[in-house]
Ligand binder design. Structure first.
Ligand code: GTP
Ligand code: MG
Length: 200
């Protein structure tokens, strides 16, 4: 599962502008600021292949990155960022129909969930929508390094609570992985998981 080469291919603002070849792809989905773009850089071990920011709303287009000339990682804008200017906000309803329901090369959605906060309704809704529509997904818990400090709850508790809240909604509970782009936690596990899914 070694990454030798990563190339930015294109940014699209509509699903129909996405690359049309038949290479398998994984889409990063999750709230603004959850760490989608950071996860891409973490996977490919490069600092700024995908642009990140402390402020939510950084990624605004559908960005295709080609790995080892054989599969895509797709960076998406985040959802749940109410303060984005209207012009910059993606039309999620047409996007979901055009992309998640119709993208035949989509191997799995990587649904990113911030492990440093308790389960959020918008993430549960998103997971349930994907589940109802039989779209394969993997839960990727981010920011698992935020373990320290007395205040708030620990990531492992948040993760457990999230899993409990969606339990029973799926024929098979989606696979899940804990990550931290700060400590490197979960990188090998996630790459292996993705390579296994590609080779089915
Ligand atoms: P949008 O493009 O706005 O949807 O956000 P995004 O999901 O792409 O988030 P991005 O990767 O830009 O990261 C947002 C912030 O979270 C940045 O300040 C990152 O440094 C931080 N961050 C991302 N991953 C981690 C992590 O694993 N641990 C910690 N502590 N911070 C992280
Ligand atoms: Mg981003």
């Amino acid at each position: 599962a070694k990454i030798k080469e990563v190339d930015f291919v294109k940014s699209s603002n509509r699903p129909k502008d996405c690359p049309k070849d038949d290479r398998p792809e994984f889409a990063m989905l999750g709230r603004s600021n959850v760490g989608k773009s950071s996860l891409i850089n973490f996977l490919v071990r490069k600092k700024d292949v995908a642009l990140t920011s402390k402020k939510p709303g950084k990624t605004q287009l559908i960005n295709h990155f080609l790995v080892n000339r054989s599969w895509y990682i797709v960076d998406l804008p985040g959802y749940g960022f109410a303060n984005a200017p209207e012009s910059a906000r993606m039309d999620w309803s047409s996007f979901t129909k055009g992309y998640f329901l119709n993208r035949e090369t989509l191997v799995s959605v990587l649904l990113l969930i911030d492990a440093s906060v308790p389960p959020q309704k918008i993430d549960l809704d998103c997971a349930n929508w994907l589940g109802r529509n039989n779209i394969p997904m993997t839960f990727v818990f981010t920011k698992c390094d935020k373990m320290k400090g007395g205040k708030g709850r620990r990531p492992d508790q948040n993760i457990q609570d999230f899993q409990e809240l969606i339990r029973g909604n799926y024929r098979q509970h989606p696979p899940w992985i804990m990550t931290s782009s700060v400590t490197g936690l979960g990188r090998d596990e996630l790459l292996l998981h993705m390579s296994q899914l590609r080779n089915y």
